[in-house]
Design a protein around this ligand. Structure first.
Ligand code: 13P
Ligand code: SF4
Length: 328
């Protein structure tokens, strides 16, 4: 049987020592005991630190985490190892559970690029010009923005969501790269992008990808749709983070270049040890700010509880439910 130390040695983002791993094992024990005591479930995003993924009950992308959170019935507490908008989404879809975000510094720069007041003004302006305008918001938005939206989408279903709408003109919020990707897949609609972007994905250049491809022509290139268009053009597949995990497991190829936040390759290296995953060093500080100690303290002290006022939660839930209806 593989030990935790052996498994974590496959990870490239961190250089764990045996002493680090002994510390993780001790914290895992404490967290498991607290989980029982609090009747909690721990869910984690694919980009989280590997030692947190190893203690989570469920690991996934934004769509999977939102769906998972909506289905939690037996647990009283959802300890959400993701960023703020993800924990908020969990609270929106499952308001009777206590949702904890272990570290309040886990925000999202992309979500912050679309303040609700600015969106409200933009919708008014555009509706005057396009009376059939629909507002489609990426899940990487605040609850207040979701409440102003007709429907939500994630990186796993954005084109499908837009296609499902009868409306011809779509305001797509807040990621301009994902908006462009959707516009390419749904050319019959007019997509008006909000001019936001993710600082992690925006840094990745086509030159980085081309250099690796030139050195290794057989490598398969997986790109997240938050990347720039000139990077997405070079992809063998444009996928959400869990879409990449599934693709890498199913494809016969042995080597992949994983063009997204670098934490995903750590999950892949642990779960698919017979394949090689290359990556650029693009790290989301928001996804990495939470430590295993934070997770322990969160369950011990029941902090930090995420609340969403009902006047925002109800319309936000409606927009999320529409997405769930589209994806089944
Ligand atoms: P996924 O839904 O693909 O996991 O993406 C979430 C995210 O924040 C990417 O930066
Ligand atoms: Fe937000 Fe970008 Fe970090 Fe994803 S990678 S959580 S979009 S800042």
């Amino acid at each position: 049987m593989t030990t935790l130390f052996e498994e974590l040695q496959r990870v490239r983002t961190y250089d764990y020592t045996e002493e680090d791993v002994r510390g993780f094992e001790k914290l895992h024990e404490e967290i498991r005991a607290l989980k029982q005591q609090r009747n909690a479930v721990i869910v984690a995003h694919n980009y989280y630190r590997p030692e947190i993924l190893k203690v989570a009950d469920f690991v996934g992308d934004s769509l999977e985490l939102a769906l998972m959170a909506s289905k939690v019935k037996d647990a009283d507490v959802i300890c959400f190892c993701g960023v703020h908008f993800m924990a908020e989404t969990a609270k929106i879809v499952n308001p009777s559970r206590t949702v904890l975000l272990p570290n309040l510094a886990a925000g999202c720069q992309l979500a912050d690029s679309a303040p609700a007041e600015d969106l409200r003004a933009r919708i008014e302006e555009l509706r005057a010009l396009h009376p059939d305008l629909a507002v489609v918001s990426y899940v990487n938005t605040t609850a207040a923005v979701k409440a102003l939206s007709d429907i939500i989408c994630t990186s796993a279903n954005a084109a499908k969501v837009v296609q499902s709408l009868p409306n011809q003109t779509i305001l797509f919020v807040p990621d301009r790269n994902l908006a462009r990707h959707v516009a390419e897949q749904v050319p019959e609609k007019t997509i008006i992008p909000w001019e936001g972007f993710c600082y992690v994905h925006q840094q990745i250049t086509p030159q980085e990808v081309q250099r690796i491809r030139a050195a290794d022509p057989e490598i398969e290139v997986l790109v997240h749709p938050e990347c720039r268009g000139d990077v997405a053009k070079l992809a063998d597949a444009v996928l959400s983070t869990s879409g990449m995990v599934k693709y890498a497991k199913e494809r016969p190829a042995k080597r992949f270049l994983v063009v997204t936040e670098c934490g995903l390759t750590d999950r892949l290296a642990m779960e698919v040890p017979d394949k090689t995953f290359l990556k650029g060093c693009k790290l989301c500080t928001f996804m990495k700010v939470t430590t295993l100690e934070d997770v322990r303290d969160s369950l011990q002290l029941m902090r930090y509880e995420i609340e969403v006022p009902e006047d925002i939660r109800v319309p936000a839930e409606r927009a999320l439910q529409r997405m769930f209806d589209v994806v089944g």
